[in-house]
Write a protein that binds this ligand. Structure first.
Ligand SMILES: [Zn+2]
Length: 179
């Protein structure tokens, strides 16, 4: 058995995760509930916060943009649950070491993505130029190597990896220390 099915599922999940974070950051005005975001909440089984709670959350977390942090946190929790369900049947195609990298990677989905979201959603407002640049950069996560930024993946095959590993458990490539 090979890990190919796992790797393609992993790549799809990583892409979905980056799209989720991008969509949350795109919510305007901060704490708003545009139809596109409401639809995404529904698809992940998350009930939107009430109007007052949205405003309170934006204030509490000092957000300058995006959907309320607790809402995004709930989305990530449900996303991780769904990801686990999709990945579980593929576990039998993995070696013990690969399975450990998978579990570790899935945990990072929630922690790292939320940390990234918090940082982006609380950034101080930039001037027009800076804002345009930030907007351009923000949409690059779904493409190329940046897609694995949330999960510290292998740069060759994009598989999840354990932080202390020297070679990739999936493709055998060497993993350089990321600073
Ligand atoms: Zn690899």
């Amino acid at each position: 058995m090979s890990a190919d099915a796992f790797l393609s599922t992993w790549a799809a999940l990583t892409k979905e995760l980056t799209e989720l974070i991008d969509a949350a950051l795109d919510v305007e005005p901060p704490g708003g509930l545009p139809d596109s975001w409401a639809a995404r909440l529904k698809s992940l089984g998350v009930a939107p916060l009430g109007e007052d709670a949205r405003i309170a959350a934006i204030k509490e977390h000092q957000q300058t943009r995006g959907a309320p942090l607790p809402e995004v946190s709930a989305c990530l929790a449900n996303f991780t649950m769904l990801a686990k369900k999709q990945l579980e049947p593929l576990r039998k195609t993995l070696t013990a070491e690969q399975a450990r990298a998978m579990e570790d990677g899935v945990h990072r989905f929630t922690d790292q993505a939320l940390g990234h979201y918090r940082a982006k959603a609380t950034e101080k407002k930039k001037g027009m130029f800076g804002a345009a640049k930030a907007l351009a950069a923000q949409h690059q996560y779904g493409k190329g190597l940046n897609a694995t930024a949330y999960v510290l993946g292998c740069s060759a095959c994009h598989a999840p990896r354990l932080a202390d590993e020297l070679s990739c458990a999936f493709c055998g490539g060497s993993l350089e220390v990321v600073s």
